[in-house]
Design a protein around this ligand. Structure first.
Ligand SMILES: [Ca+2]
Length: 413
């Protein structure tokens, strides 16, 4: 009788005791749906039923993250020559509508030929996980639902469900988001959601005059002194002077997001760094504290060039709660949905080498800033360990973090 190698016996025992390694047809369809969220260009080819199915798959895979959201509908949006079917979700605590954005790889920064380009807009590739983001800037009503009657250093706050909350600093925003169980976008997430797949100066294209339909910027309704000070030589008429418009008043981008250009500058979660500081995959955060906060998108009194998709606005340091943001600053709530978190709940057997079986693929660590990108795997050589080209000391095998899914067997590979 042939004796079974002890290590193989151990492996078989683990496999037989692990009920999750057999995938049902339902698992397969859910995983396939999640797969479509990995890359925006792939996602953009989906039709309405596919995006509806994807919304169901997302709810199943992120039950905790999406517990505060109710799925509403799927709607198609087009701008700048790009179109997407987007799933729209109602966030119960704030009453704001969110969209579920696919992740993907995109070019952050502006091309060299773009008018009014600044040196700090150096173009580079960034890869993001999917995330949820509000369709509008945070409204006064949404702010009040979470923060109550807060001293906002703003005389115009009356809890309006139409007007955005302004006059807040990033520390206020952090505190509010913590209470709301939400966050706000990193600079990379902000530019990605603003562009909606475009590479032009603005989300609706490269023609400046088209911007009048898309945002509340410095316009003829502002005073002559103001437009001259802001450097606006040919002010158009957008219907709003030197103050905020109701959110959603202008046309949205290809992700269904309003006011990505103008109305209020929107605070970003991370600090201002030169683009030579690398982003972390997943959230695109540039880690660390440079002492310099930043905001994006331009505001009601600014020039169109200050509202370009790639334009970075630095805002100094020493910003404390209750201060640091003037009336031209607001924010847009969001929620990170790292794909690795969905994977972490599933144990499965993975074959990465003909001579090595791996199991216990469970350690995709989810930290608050999602820095963990390695996938610790216990490797068990089954046959001739000395011939293995992989690690033989059982201290673990680190899969290339650039391709976290390439090593996964089953539906996601
Ligand atoms: Ca804005």
């Amino acid at each position: 009788m042939t004796r079974t190698h002890p290590l193989l016996l151990a492996l078989l025992l683990v496999v037989s005791c692990n009920p999750t390694i057999t995938h049902s047809a339902e698992d397969h369809s859910v995983a396939s749906g999640m797969d479509a969220l990995k890359e925006r260009s792939t996602y953009a080819k989906l039709d309405q039923p596919a995006v509806e199915a994807l919304a169901r798959a997302a709810k199943a895979h992120w039950p905790q993250e999406l517990s505060g959201f109710t799925y509403r509908r799927v709607e198609r949006f087009s701008a700048g020559g790009v179109s997407h079917w987007m799933s729209i979700w109602l966030h119960g605590k704030t009453g704001l509508e969110f969209v579920l954005l696919p992740g993907g790889r995109f070019q952050m920064g502006s091309p060299k030929g773009e008018a009014n380009r600044r040196e700090d807009e150096l173009r580079h590739w960034v890869t993001l996980d999917p995330f949820l983001i509000a369709r509008t800037e945070c409204t006064q009503d949404a702010w009040a639902r979470v923060a109550g009657a807060a001293d906002l250093n703003s005389g115009s706050f009356d809890g309006s469900p139409q007007l955005p909350v302004a006059g807040i600093g990033p520390v206020d925003v952090e505190l509010w988001c913590r209470e709301a169980l939400l966050t706000f976008p990193t600079e990379a997430q902000w530019e990605y959601m603003c562009r909606g797949g475009t590479t032009s100066a603005w989300a609706m294209g490269a023609e400046k005059s088209d911007l009048v339909r898309f945002g509340n910027l410095g316009s003829a309704e502002c005073s002559k002194e103001w437009t001259e000070m802001a450097g606006i030589t040919e002010p158009w008429s957008d219907g709003y002077g030197n103050h905020t418009a109701e959110v959603g008043r202008f046309a949205c981008n290809s992700f269904g997001l309003f006011d990505v250009h103008g109305n209020l500058n929107e605070w970003c979660r991370d600090y201002y760094f030169g683009y030579e500081v690398a982003v972390e995959k997943g959230t695109g955060v540039r880690p660390g504290n440079s002492g310099e906060r930043l905001a994006r998108g331009g505001n009601f009194g600014g020039d169109a060039s200050a509202a370009r998709s790639a334009k970075r606005l630095t805002c100094g340091s020493g910003i404390a709660p209750g201060g640091g943001g003037n009336h031209g600053f607001g924010f847009r709530p969001s929620l990170d949905l790292p794909l690795c978190a969905a994977m972490a709940s599933r144990r499965r057997v993975v074959e990465i080498d003909p001579r090595i079986w791996c199991f216990s693929l469970t350690a995709c660590v989810r930290e608050p800033d999602h820095r963990a990108e390695t996938w610790p795997v216990t490797a068990v050589p089954t046959r001739d360990p000395l011939r293995s080209t992989r690690r033989r000391d059982r201290r673990g095998l680190q899969i290339d973090s650039d391709k976290p899914f390439s090593a996964l067997a089953g539906p996601l590979s």
